[in-house]
Ligand binder design. Structure first.
Ligand code: FAD
Ligand code: MG
Length: 504
């Protein structure tokens, strides 16, 4: 029997690398079984996006795909992995496989939306029925936007008020054996297997660190269980009291699992509700459930705002005349600014792919309105490369917040690269780990090593300007100048807005 004579149903896995809470995949299975079609769960590995800097995330993705394939095989199907963009591969597969039905998840990243539109056109011509479901968030962001008359809720509280009476449906689990008749003849073909990292990135593993957060649904559910069993910890969780510079993370690190869809936000929501039920607990915005709501808030804003990941053409973003300074940007990205706390954070990001939320605050403020006066878009690109949890709307939304470009307006509240870290790590253990050149510095100087007398620098085995860089800017001076520039930019924006307002 040749595969081409049989019709098929495709589920296109994207940011939903899981079998729980995957209604779109359930639809595909049902359709295939009812019509006795072949079932093809596919993933398109975009080779263009594979580069060395993002190697930790690529590893996370491959681990997640491998776990997905393992789990699919347990229910008598498999994952078909293709190297290339969906928009290039799918049209051929549509014909070759006689595809009748295509299911996938709704995504709002404009690059993906563009692909979706192109694919939709081709599918329409071939009479392929498409089902796309919102399943990356707790709430359907389009429904939330409609509830707000089509406009973006600009505050977290407003967002909460919009969703408070929305019932969140229970999650479904896919664990039933799929009928043999849905198996393709090429079921055992190795060409579609999940590739190994070595097959994608030849020889160069220098940027690959030890694997602290392995990818996959199995690991995600384990991690979720582990945190949900700590009921008191969950109920007392207050984000501002967690530490940006603890050696082990002070928050859940569920973010990479949520962003890849190894963990469903809805499942996380229900588990948190279960833990909170009948117990005294903290509340949004600081509670753990409150954190998940920040995610929903930014998704809704991202879905409702054109050019959300850009300054120009983005109507919620304050226009700020950022400067350009490639050397400073490079020093920031590589963790060689001469400010040990900033550098430790950027090096942890590069090595491990995850940094604490307040650590992100520190470095984002430093790059933009605090010290370097470089556009948040540049910072967002660096984060996109390195973060395991990179997520289009969360990254852009938070960068706008931290640069006081949208959502947050107290631009005069600047993080000090010296005082901020000291609050939770007086002796700089975190700095000692990620900036080992300074390991032997006395605690007194660990946040400002340039202040150490030469003799101490020599005894500590690291002379500033030789073994560790001199500061690229003087925070005390520059942040005050930048506050003035912000104030000016706010004034200009206000005037611009007033001019645009129609006179009555
Ligand atoms: P927890 O505190 O355990 O929170 C649980 C979950 O809530 C997180 O996994 C996450 O999904 C969600 N959440 C928590 N804080 C936020 C927040 N501020 N905004 C949106 N969702 C939140 N998060 C990403 O997932 N992807 C990104 O690309 C991203 N870029 C960021 C860029 C900047 C400049 C900043 C300041 C923050 C960014 N964040 C991003 C938000 C936040 O820092 C991370 O979600 C969080 O630190 C993840 O760690 P956790 O899972 O331990 O969080
Ligand atoms: Mg992009």
């Amino acid at each position: 029997m040749s595969a081409s004579k049989v019709s098929s149903v495709v589920h296109w896995f994207r940011l939903d690398l899981r079998l729980h809470d995957n209604l779109a995949f359930r639809n595909a299975i049902n359709e295939a079984e009812n019509r006795k079609h072949v079932l093809r769960p596919v993933y398109f590995l975009n080779a263009e996006k594979i580069n060395i800097s993002g190697i930790n995330r690529l590893r996370f993705l491959l681990q997640s795909l491998q776990d997905l394939d393992d789990n699919l095989r347990k229910i008598n199907t498999r994952l078909y992995v293709f190297k290339g963009k969906a928009v290039d591969c799918l049209p051929n597969l549509f014909k070759q496989w006689q595809v009748k039905f295509l299911t996938s998840q709704v995504d709002i990243d404009p690059e993906v939306v563009e692909q979706d539109e192109a694919i939709e056109k081709i599918a329409e011509e071939l009479d392929i029925f498409i089902v796309r479901r919102v399943q990356h968030t707790v709430y359907d962001f389009n429904a939330v936007l409609r509830k707000n008359n089509g406009s973006v809720p600009m505050t977290y509280q407003k967002f909460l008020s919009l969703v408070q009476d929305i019932q969140v449906k229970e999650v479904i689990y896919i664990n039933k054996q799929i009928s043999d008749c849905c198996k393709a003849t090429d079921f055992d073909c190795k060409d579609f297997d999940v590739p190994f990292l070595d097959q994608l990135i030849a020889n160069d593993r220098t940027n690959l660190s030890e694997c602290k957060y392995p990818g996959g649904e199995t690991e995600a559910l384990k991690r979720l269980d582990m945190y949900m069993s700590k009921k008191e910890w969950v109920c007392k969780f207050e984000k501002p009291n967690s530490s940006p510079n603890s050696i082990e993370p002070s928050t859940t690190v569920l973010s990479p699992y949520l962003s890849h869809g190894c963990l469903s936000a809805k499942l996380f929501y229900h588990r948190l509700k279960q833990v909170e039920n009948g117990r005294t607990h903290t509340m949004p915005p600081v509670s753990l459930l409150g954190q998940l709501m920040w995610r929903e808030f930014y998704y809704t804003a991202g879905a409702g705002t054109e050019n959300f990941d850009k300054m120009v053409g983005n109507k919620i973003c304050t226009q700020i005349p950022w400067g350009k300074n490639p050397e400073h940007l490079k020093a920031w990205a590589e963790g060689i600014t001469g400010y040990p706390f900033v550098d430790a954070i950027m090096r942890q990001l590069k090595q491990e792919g995850w940094i604490h939320h307040l650590a992100r605050h520190m470095v984002a403020c430093f790059l933009t309105r605090g010290d370097l006066w470089i556009s948040w878009e540049e910072g967002a690109k660096v984060f996109e490369n390195y973060l395991l949890d990179y997520d289009w709307s969360l990254n852009a939304g938070n960068w706008m917040w931290l640069s006081a470009s949208a959502f947050f307006y107290k631009y005069f509240r600047v993080y000090s690269p010296i005082a901020f870290g000291k609050k939770t790590d007086k002796d700089g253990l975190y700095i000692r780990k990620y900036v080992p050149e300074l390991k032997k510095y006395p605690s007194e100087y660990i946040y400002e090593p340039w202040k150490a007398p030469k003799s101490i620098q020599t005894t500590a085995g690291c002379v500033i300007g030789v073994g560790y860089p001199k500061r690229i800017v003087e925070h005390d001076k520059i942040h005050k100048e930048n506050i003035q520039k912000m104030s000016q930019a706010y004034k200009v924006n206000k005037e611009r807005k007033a001019m645009k307002r129609p006179r009555s």
